[in-house]
Design a binder for this molecule. Structure first.
Ligand SMILES: *Cc1c(COP(=O)(O)O)cnc(C)c1O
Ligand SMILES: [Zn+2]
Length: 421
């Protein structure tokens, strides 16, 4: 099945369709911005696969959506459990915001602790299919950790390019998984350019976001799963933080797949949230700029995972918001740091700054009246708070939370508790 249901790969700029088994990455006429979108024969898929088949499937991983994924029948799948992350109903957060429903989908529960596992798992499967000796990516950290972890689980060699300033936890993951780790003295953009040159020189399999068309297909399983978890009743709005724009494009793709299959009957509004210091998409949205020609900005934010001078998947990312009646919103670093304890206390989900950014964006949307009392909302918490403990400590300090430090003595405890209350 599957690969036979892929009908082609369509350029997001010029619309030219490459054959299903096209072995390049991007559109030959449009270059690197000409990201390809995998096309499916939805009629053939729906003839062989139903919601009931899915309900009877005991596989909890992302591969339960295999008929909607561009992989061969005999594809070698990673042993790690990717996907199947929980979605929590958060009534206290909903009450605070005055919304009908708020769910938090906790992607921090993935094997390497971010949503990127969905894409990197797809990357390694496609790399094995291509017989690649080495897989590579540039990353702000999480895509790299994901590629490293999934590769380790399958014995796949890989070379990783990350900015030298990536949070320590992410670098520790890369080294523990045994990747060849290149710390680039520069930002994500510099790491990306160097990785691209290395691909040209060495012919490695390229996982880079916005370049490899299959990353969207991996990431879309987050929204397939979201809708299944909600009994195929989609929410009114989905909040997603945006760096390169690949997650938001993937979320949109999964929802479009489900509309095409007739499994959901309406498209949620998709809101993209960016850091004020890395707001390329917000600028383009507000000023109606063409993202194909808009030049890079100079990004600076505490949320390393969404720090991007030039969002590599910007065409899909803009369509996700424009085609669904959503919006792009910016939040300050202070707002997203403040959202870390808010989400943790209100739902039990501990997010890294880029994950909490989606919730800070929801708060902003409520203030602007973009969502209201009738709306049910999903917040995608894209990565674990343990990824960036330094930022979490800053966040709790800013929230005025400090521990009680005392000698191991019950009277000292009594005095401290008196003082604290
Ligand atoms: C990568 C990442 C994002 C942003 O995803 P893009 O596809 O780059 O827009 C958000 N949050 C976390 C935790 C991430 O790792
Ligand atoms: Zn093209």
């Amino acid at each position: 099945m599957s690969l036979t249901d892929v009908t082609g790969m369509r350029c997001v700029i010029c619309g030219t369709v490459q054959p299903a088994r096209y072995d390049g990455y991007t559109c030959p006429s449009c270059g690197p911005a000409g990201t390809l979108d995998v096309q499916y024969d939805y009629r053939a898929i729906s003839q062989r696969w139903s919601k009931d088949d899915l309900a009877a499937d005991r596989d909890v991983t992302m591969w339960r959506y295999r008929p909607l994924l561009p992989i061969a029948d005999d594809a070698e799948l990673p042993p790690l459990t990717v996907g199947g992350t929980p979605m929590y109903d958060a009534p206290r957060l909903a009450a605070t915001l005055g919304l009908a429903k708020v769910w938090v989908k906790d992607e921090g529960r993935q094997p390497t602790a971010s949503l990127k596992d969905r894409a990197s798992a797809m990357a390694v499967v496609k790399a094995r299919e291509a017989g690649a000796e080495i897989v590579t990516t540039a990353s702000t950290g999480n895509a790299a950790a994901a590629l490293a972890g999934i590769s380790a689980s399958m014995g796949q060699r890989n070379v990783i390019f990350v900015p030298k300033t990536a949070p320590e936890a992410k670098i520790a993951q890369l080294l523990a998984y045994g990747s060849t780790v290149v710390l680039v003295e520069g930002n994500y953009n510099a790491a990306f350019e160097l990785c691209t040159e290395a691909v040209d020189r060495y012919g490695w399999f390229n996982r880079n976001t916005g370049i490899n068309p299959f990353m969207t297909e991996g990431k879309k399983t987050a929204s397939l799963e979201m809708c299944e978890q909600l009994g195929w009743e989609p929410p009114d709005a989905v909040f997603v933080s945006v760096g390169d724009g690949s997650i938001i494009g993937g979320v949109h793709k999964g929802l479009k797949d489900l509309v095409a299959l007739g499994w959901i009957d309406r498209m949620p509004r998709i809101y993209g949230i960016q850091a004020a210091g890395s707001d390329y998409m917000v600028q383009a949205f507000e000023n109606d700029e063409d993202v194909v020609t808009k030049p890079p900005i100079s990004a600076d934010t505490v949320a390393d995972s969404i720090s991007a001078d030039l969002p590599r998947d910007r065409v899909k990312a803009m369509a996700a918001v424009r085609d669904t009646g959503g919006a792009y919103l910016r939040v300050s670093d202070e707002q997203m740091l403040a959202a870390i304890p808010t989400v943790a206390r209100g739902s039990g989900v501990f997010a890294e700054p880029a994950g909490a950014a989606a919730y800070a964006g929801l708060e902003e949307a409520v203030r602007r009246g973009l969502v209201g009392a009738a709306d049910s909302v999903v917040v995608l918490s894209t990565g674990s708070g343990l990824k960036d403990v330094a930022s979490a400590m800053r966040a709790v300090a800013a929230a005025g939370t400090s521990p009680i430090t005392i000698p191991p003595d019950i009277d000292a405890l009594a005095r401290a508790l008196d003082a604290a209350t």
